[in-house]
Design a protein around this ligand. Structure first.
Ligand SMILES: C[S@@+](CC[C@H](N)C(=O)[O-])C[C@H]1O[C@@H](n2cnc3c(N)ncnc32)[C@H](O)[C@@H]1O
Length: 282
């Protein structure tokens, strides 16, 4: 599409070229760069989907993570949720599960096995990911995801009402998004006053098109403070998700009291209810 559009525009420019229109080529080059920037997320999402397909469906992928996807991710994600339980002062797993059953939760950048899929019940549970339809189409979502509703949307613009969530989870995703500041403002909008954010992000100096926003500890703290979050608890460790990262930042944050910003999104035809998913995977 890009090259067809470019050549049509260039032939138009050639026909129109007159003195005074000499900067047209420069403008077209600028347009071309913009179109490339718009196309890049598509490439990023293709690669992301390829990565998960590999992890979930190939022996090599299973070997890489140390076992079958459902088993390994089910355990990892449950551990992440258990840590939240400890931070909340909940006495044990049963207490955590009882607490979850009363919460409306949204997980952003959820991937095919989100942490929300490891609690037996929530009041409402929504997983947001721009690859939701891709994960569903390819049968990559495990049965544990049947309990949650996937929305095919970016974290920058989530089609849910303001104040919808008691809890938002974003793990290993803020360095992947297009605009981390916009995502944090959107999380703030989604949370009710005093609602909680459970965040995990790699600390890294490395970036590529899949991970356009490397975070240092100082940068992530500044971004969270700038979006108006209060830190309840945070920690840094040398554990990491990406091999080129040097550590991870984990935080429990609170959205302070105050009116939620007005809803800025319309309900669109983006919801992929788990009941509509093809069950292609055993
Ligand atoms: C490394 S995966 C992490 C998945 C999951 N949170 C986990 O920890 O296993 C990053 C996820 O972020 C999603 N993502 C990329 N850009 C996004 C955006 N703008 N908004 C929300 N999610 C995004 C990707 O589709 C992918 O599912």
């Amino acid at each position: 599409v890009t090259s067809a559009l470019k050549s049509r525009l260039k032939s138009l420019a050639a026909r129109l070229m007159r003195p005074g229109l000499a900067d047209l080529h420069a403008r077209l080059d600028d347009l071309e760069r913009r179109i490339e920037r718009l196309n890049r997320p598509a490439q990023k999402f293709e690669e992301e989907l390829r990565f998960w397909r590999w992890i979930i469906t190939t022996d090599e992928g299973r070997e890489k993570i140390g076992g079958p996807f459902e088993e390994v991710f089910g355990r990892w994600q449950r551990e992440r949720l258990l840590e939240l339980g400890r931070r909340l002062g909940l006495s044990d797993e049963a207490a955590l599960d009882r607490w979850c059953a009363g919460q409306s939760v949204v997980e952003i950048g959820a991937g095919p096995y989100p942490a929300v899929a490891t609690a037996p019940a929530w009041r409402r549970a929504v997983a947001v990911d721009p690859l939701a339809k891709g994960y569903a189409r390819e049968g990559l979502l495990p049965p544990a995801c049947n309990r949650i509703t996937y929305i095919d949307a970016a974290g920058e613009d989530v089609p849910l009402a303001s104040g919808f969530a008691d809890l938002v989870i974003i793990e290993n995703a803020l360095d992947h998004v297009t605009d981390p500041e916009a995502v944090l403002m959107e999380i703030r909008r989604l949370l009710r006053p005093e609602g909680l954010l459970w965040l995990l992000v790699d600390l890294s100096t490395y970036s590529d098109h899949m991970h356009p926003h490397p975070f240092s500890e100082a940068r992530i703290r500044a971004l969270l403070a700038g979006a108006g979050f209060e830190t309840v608890h945070d920690r840094v460790s040398d554990h990491k998700s990406h091999p080129k990262a040097y550590g991870e930042y984990r935080a429990l944050l609170r959205r302070p009291e105050g009116a939620a910003p007005a809803a800025n999104v319309a309900q669109e035809d983006v919801v992929v209810r788990s009941s509509l998913r093809p069950s292609t995977r055993a």
